[in-house]
Design a protein around this ligand. Structure first.
Ligand code: G3P
Ligand code: MG
Length: 265
């Protein structure tokens, strides 16, 4: 593969601000930045009218209090929802953001993004296509031919990830020079073929199922290795010793952006 060093921030604030703010909102991104983070992960899904918005679940109940499926609501309906009150009163009134608003917000703050393409069931290809089209437009000034493997690759360009290979395959067609990472909860025996089929540069996996041996094999094959969601400094140090390039965390209050443990209050 490429054997280049990971060019992006090494620790990302999961869903914007981890557990400290309502996930997948601009307010969460602000909190991540306020804690010193230079990169975030967030989840992008399509509205009924094919506009990407930030939300994790395919249903509205958990994070908005509204009822029904994301894929049944227009972008206008979704972006009017309160996506903050469920978290805590301090965030009441925080709106569910469009993908475009979130990207523009991150770019204004100088934050790099791991964009998780999170299709509602049955919308895998369309979500990959549309999120990639929007990304290509929003980063047209810095995307370079060859993506992450180009010698002059711009580390500002996001990295796509998804649990859905179909979504990444569609993103590859729509934005071939935006790099891709395949999300795998457990690393299966045929992981190399899965990455090769998508021309992916990174394997993203659940740290709970990772072993030192698996990590070594992925790194020896020249892929970047990313873990979710690492919430203790001790575990962060352990997987870093194994060669893991980067990870996201919910505990931006316990893990500093450089991986050092923070003093508990
Ligand atoms: O990208 C890592 C992580 O976000 C994947 O799981 O369910 O939190 O989106 P989830
Ligand atoms: Mg995610």
């Amino acid at each position: 593969m490429h054997h280049l060093p990971w060019p992006y921030p090494r620790i990302l604030a999961h869903r914007g601000g981890g557990t400290l703010a309502p996930e997948n909102t601009l307010a969460a991104i602000d909190v991540g930045r306020a804690y010193g983070y230079r990169g975030v992960e967030f989840d992008a899904m399509l509205s009924a009218d094919a506009v990407p918005v930030l939300i994790h679940d395919p249903t509205l109940e958990r994070t908005t209090g509204a009822r029904g499926a994301v894929s049944d609501c227009s972008a206008a309906e979704l972006t009017a929802l309160d996506a903050g009150a469920w978290h805590s009163p301090a965030f009441a009134g925080v709106r569910l953001p469009s993908f475009e608003a979130a990207v523009r917000h991150c770019r204004a703050l100088g934050l790099w993004i791991n964009i998780e393409i999170k299709p509602a069931p049955g919308h895998e290809t369309q979500t990959g296509t549309v999120v990639a089209q929007h990304t290509a437009r929003l980063y047209a000034d810095c995307i370079v031919a060859g993506g992450a493997q180009a010698a002059h690759a711009a580390p500002a360009v996001p990295l796509f990830s998804s649990f859905q290979p179909q979504a990444l395959a569609a993103a590859r067609v729509a934005a071939p020079d935006v790099p891709r990472g395949l999300l795998l909860d457990r690393i299966p025996d045929d992981w190399r073929r899965l990455l090769q089929d998508l021309d992916a540069v990174a394997l993203h996996t659940n740290h709970r199922h990772l072993t030192a041996e698996r990590a070594r094999r992925v790194k020896e094959a020249g892929y970047w290795l990313f873990c979710y969601t690492v919430n203790s400094p001790e575990r962060a140090a352990e997987i870093t010793d194994w060669g893991v390039d980067a990870f996201c965390t919910d505990r931006i209050d316990l893990i500093a952006p450089d991986g050092a443990p923070r003093q508990r209050a």
